[in-house]
Design a binder for this molecule. Structure first.
Ligand SMILES: C[S@@+](CC[C@H](N)C(=O)[O-])C[C@H]1O[C@@H](n2cnc3c(N)ncnc32)[C@H](O)[C@@H]1O
Length: 312
């Protein structure tokens, strides 16, 4: 099993600017790449969250190497306010979020994330709750099609959903391999050479883990927790994630704008924004990184800093 190569690590550190004595949260600990770099960059305290119990278990060695400085929590970042609150942490100097899956998850066939390897149809980052097999074998056709279209951006979602219902009537679909071949036979070959199962697997994974809901809740909670001068740095990997991050940051930094100049909101005096953008537009990885780490290709980094203001 290969490890996880942290994406845009230099840019994350340059945006976060870790300081000694400060308190940070790594909301997506994963392989601990960002965490190790933050701990090395300054004599700070780092809280770290991951919903995957395997990631938390792997982090024990890093915590032992930094006694009293790294605190690992098995939780969803959407619940960060409660998780940190239980430890008396109510304000942070920075939060980093590196969205999506880790290479540890995708590379382990038994986690069921990959359409390239045969495994149980699972896809649960947190190893609890309904699995991808539960969704695929029980959801009504229209709901399945909605998930594939909305979260997978699969243009042939209805055809895929129809094929899944036809096949599950013969026997429950329990493996990644069988689902991938059902999907591939339902969609036309992609001219770019992309595997026909890519979009549908993404859609199912997002639904199984309520990923977009988690991002909404996580961003709102991070905004609440950041103290003046505190920085939020988010790396996303596809347009659905980035759209949510962009919208949140535009609103927090006062760049959202009224819907139209006829909108009464455009006539109201605007309150000064509580945050300032640290990235004008999303930062992208450099050529060297995308050459050496294909996973970095779609990465986008956005950041903002709390100026002042009473936290919501
Ligand atoms: C891309 S990896 C992070 C890699 C990490 N930055 C590193 O350098 O090793 C994303 C991690 O976030 C976790 N994750 C995804 N969504 C989460 C959520 N809503 N709450 C907590 N952890 C989450 C995944 O389990 C995964 O381990």
């Amino acid at each position: 099993m290969s490890g996880h190569i942290p994406v845009m690590l230099e840019e994350v550190l340059a945006t976060l600017q870790p300081r000694s004595g400060a308190i940070y949260l790594d909301a997506t600990f994963g392989g601990g790449g960002y965490a190790a770099a933050i701990l090395a960059a300054a004599d700070c305290t780092l809280w770290a969250i991951d919903r995957d119990p395997d990631a938390i278990a792997r982090g024990a060695a890093l915590a032992a190497a930094h006694p009293g400085r790294l605190h690992l929590m098995h939780a969803c970042f959407g619940d960060m306010l409660e998780s940190l609150g239980r430890h008396g942490v109510t304000a942070l100097d920075g939060v980093v979020m590196d969205l999506g899956m880790s290479s540890f998850q995708i590379d382990q066939a038994e986690r069921g994330f990959s359409f390239r390897t045969e495994g149980p149809l699972d896809m649960r980052m947190g190893r609890s709750g309904p699995s991808a097999a539960d969704l695929v074998n029980t959801l009504p056709e229209a709901e399945l099609a909605r998930i594939l279209a909305e979260f997978g951006e699969e243009r042939h979602a209805r055809r895929v959903a129809r094929a899944i219902l036809r096949e599950r009537a013969t026997a429950p679909i329990t493996t990644t391999g069988r689902l991938a071949s059902i999907i591939r036979s339902a969609v036309p070959r992609d001219p770019s050479g992309m595997d026909g199962a890519t979009r549908s697997f993404q859609g199912l994974r997002i639904a199984v883990n309520d990923e977009l809901g988690e991002i909404e809740r996580g961003l709102s909670a991070a905004e609440t927790l950041l103290a003046p001068g505190g920085r939020l740095v988010v790396v996303s990997f596809h347009s659905l994630e980035d759209r949510i991050v962009k919208r949140h940051m535009a609103r927090a930094t006062g760049r959202a704008g009224a819907a139209s100049r006829h909108d009464p909101a455009s006539l109201m005096p605007r309150a000064a924004p509580d945050f300032a953008a640290l990235t004008n537009r999303a930062a992208r990885p450099g050529d060297a990184e995308t050459r050496s780490n294909p996973r970095a290709r779609s990465a986008r980094l956005r950041g903002m800093e709390r100026l002042s203001g009473i936290r919501a």
